[in-house]
Design a protein around this ligand. Structure first.
Ligand code: WT7
Length: 654
């Protein structure tokens, strides 16, 4: 734990407000007895199995858990299909005509799909995939805006046992290409474009660039989302329009019975190396974990209108826009665009228009709303809300209290949920009917989850204290591996203190009441506006530029984004630092990776501070980027490098 992190935490601990669950909420909550923790702790397998049993299985499991650390199999021998659980079982019963998806496009166009509509469209698209030669186990890449077809395509893959690989629509052609190639996807579903702040992002054009170097792709399906204003190249024989194929497809498609441990999807996320990891999630455990957490954490009821604002390109969208809520038969609101388009009250207009009851968003958005001020929130009736949530990064107490007061009207519990792409489902969270909330704390592990805090020597801290957050028992929604790289799975997560201890990469403290306070990553992974980015990825993008000799990237504190990217760059002989050069480097990174990775600051340096063994000292660079007093620099090969950099940064900024 760095000194800086400890200091931040000491500030947090001065935060002594607490909010017990509102009596009215507690009275009707799914969980109203704190005994759930002890119960789950005594027999976690029975706890999870009870949730699994609420799903539809075509063949029962014979064993709940087979744990050969670090490899887990859940619900061994059981068979089920995720699309049946998210769609058919509701479409067959009382929810047949219930809205499954209420969607609004950024320009204001709308669509509502009932569970029966969804059943028909998923089955049809499943048949389309089959007709294009997709078979069980094949990988299908999805590069789409936030439109219903994205959820439909995911569920259609699940229906026939194909493995989906969703790539966020903000990623560049290169990022798309690399993910398609790593997964060896045979089919790509994309769109002509998607709306973002009034502009159309030309997804098919970006995809065309990627498709030049993706030999595994045999077919491309294009959804027509735009207004036909952008040209779309359709390659004869390879590219097909979604709506044409759907016209001819039958709405009857028998679901493929999937083994509980069959792969459901791969989702790429950043790690500490330059190469993103394909996180693998399987069918039975993942569905059980997302089903159970959606039900309990959001206290989901049949009457709710549930809105998670995340893009489906991230794990939050997979687990809490698609699989968790649909497995529960919920009504899910999806909105395609930006929160400030056409105005800064768009989210609140949507809450009012659709009577949203559960709202789940990221701290970076909450901080932006706070900055924009209450003139935007005051324009709308937010009284339908009964629970609000936060995810993706630590939420500072100030933003928490603003969220609670202004959005929640001091009546809605706030669930600050900690988890990761790898955990598949929420791990540390309040349970809204029983938890006394502390602003800034994610409270405690979900029932059945065991989290510990360890020091650098691997010793478990009892009671209050801070260190590295680990998970010490397997859980159903845990990742099953990294696609194509089984060794990296072990090395990355289970190699530090024995193969049964999952190392999260986050620092945390626990207070005397047992509340966990998450402090952010302790590795070389950044969290910029809730988006996970590896420092190495940005560094590789920078050194790929012909003028750059060396680059070091750090995250510095940022008021809205949580962290912003600061890059220290040494140029090659003969290259001159300039504002134009800095702008070009920023654009280069955005082009290589995607706009989310665009550095906020570029600092040109004659030298980078290195230890005597040649390691770049990122900690020092972060202190410089944050304008902090510098700590101990005695292990540096040349301490004057740092002093020079510091005075330079203070003069240069930006
Ligand atoms: C990292 C995982 C969880 C889905 C979205 C991000 C940080 C996430 C919280 C929270 C503090 C949080 C952690 C974690 N994080 N939620 N409530 N409080 N930090 O998934 O992209 O895999 O990123 O996000 O640092 O390791 P991800």
């Amino acid at each position: 734990m760095s000194q800086q992190k400890t200091a931040e935490f000491d500030d947090l601990l001065k935060e002594d407000r607490s909010f017990p669950p509102p009596a009215e909420f507690a009275r009707t909550a799914h969980v109203h007895d704190p005994a759930v923790y002890a119960q789950a702790d005594r027999d976690p397998e029975a706890f999870w199995a009870a949730f699994a049993a609420e799903l539809d299985w075509s063949r029962p499991w014979t064993r709940v858990l087979d744990w050969q650390p670090p490899h887990a199999q859940w619900f061994v021998g059981g068979q089920l299909n995720a699309s049946v659980n998210c769609v058919d079982r509701h479409a067959r019963g009382a929810r047949r005509n219930k809205a499954a998806i209420i969607w609004e496009g950024e320009p204001g166009d709308t669509r509502t799909l009932t569970y029966f509509d969804l059943y028909r469209e998923v089955s049809q698209f499943a048949n389309v995939l089959k007709s294009l030669g997709v078979r069980k186990g094949d990988r299908v890449a999805l590069y789409l805006p936030l439109i219903p077809e994205l959820a439909i395509a995911m569920l259609a893959c699940a229906r026939i046992g194909a493995v989906h690989n969703v790539i966020f629509g903000g990623f560049s052609a290169e990022s798309l290409r690399d993910r398609i190639n790593d997964a060896q996807a045979t089919l790509l579903v994309t769109a002509d474009g998607g709306y973002r702040r009034g502009q159309i992002v030309p997804l098919k054009q970006v995809a065309d660039e990627a498709l030049q170097e993706t030999p595994s792709i045999r077919h491309v399906v294009i959804v027509q989302r735009g207004d036909r204003s952008i040209p779309v190249h359709v390659m004869e024989g390879r590219d097909h329009w979604y709506h044409r194929l759907m016209q001819e497809a039958s709405a009857k498609c028998d679901p493929e019975p999937m083994d509980a441990e069959d792969l459901l999807y791969i989702l790429y996320t950043s790690g500490t190396t330059g190469k993103p990891k394909g996180i693998m999630h399987t069918t039975g455990g993942y569905l059980t974990g997302t089903y159970a957490t959606t039900k309990l954490v959001f206290d989901l009821k049949d009457e709710d209108v549930y809105w998670c604002t995340a893009d489906i390109g991230w794990v939050t969208g997979h687990s809490y826009v698609v699989y968790g809520p649909l497995a529960n038969g919920a009504t899910v609101l999806m909105y395609e665009g930006a929160p400030d388009w056409p105005d800064k009250d768009r989210f609140w207009a949507l809450v009012e228009k659709y009577g949203v009851t559960i709202f789940y968003t990221a701290p970076t958005a909450i901080r932006a709303f706070m900055r924009w001020g209450t003139e935007w929130t005051a324009r709308h009736d937010l009284s339908t809300l009964r629970l609000i949530g936060s995810v993706g990064e630590p939420i500072n107490p100030e933003a928490w209290v603003w969220y609670y007061r202004v959005i929640g009207g001091e009546r809605c519990p706030v669930v600050d949920t900690w988890w990761q792409t790898e955990t598949g489902a929420i791990m540390i969270t309040p349970l809204p009917g029983i938890t006394t909330l502390r602003p800034g704390s994610a409270s405690r592990p979900f029932p059945g989850i065991t989290a510990e805090i360890r020091n650098e020597r691997g010793e478990t801290l009892e009671g209050a204290g801070g260190g590295l957050l680990v998970l010490t028992r397997p859980w159903p929604a845990m990742l099953r591996g990294i696609y194509g790289d089984p060794d990296r799975y072990v090395r990355q997560y289970w190699n530090r203190w024995g193969t049964d201890v999952y190392v999260t990469g986050d620092g945390a403290k626990r207070d005397a009441d047992g509340n966990f306070w998450l402090l952010g990553r302790v590795d070389d992974v950044l969290n910029v506006a809730g988006h996970r980015i590896g420092t190495m990825e940005v560094e590789s993008a920078l050194v790929d530029h012909p003028s750059v000799a060396e680059a070091a990237v750090v995250g510095r504190a940022h008021e809205i984004k949580g962290q912003a990217i600061a890059a220290f760059v040494t140029l090659k002989e003969g290259q001159q630092p300039s504002k134009a050069c800095a702008d070009e480097l920023k654009a280069h990174v955005a082009h290589k990776i995607g706009a989310i990775a665009r550095p906020e600051d570029i600092l040109f340096a004659a030298d980078l501070p290195k230890t005597r063994s040649g390691k770049i000292m990122r900690r020092l660079l972060r202190d410089i980027a944050e304008g902090k007093a510098l700590g101990d620099t005695t292990t540096l090969a040349d301490p004057s490098v740092v002093a020079r950099l510091k005075s330079q940064y203070e003069g240069q900024e930006g």
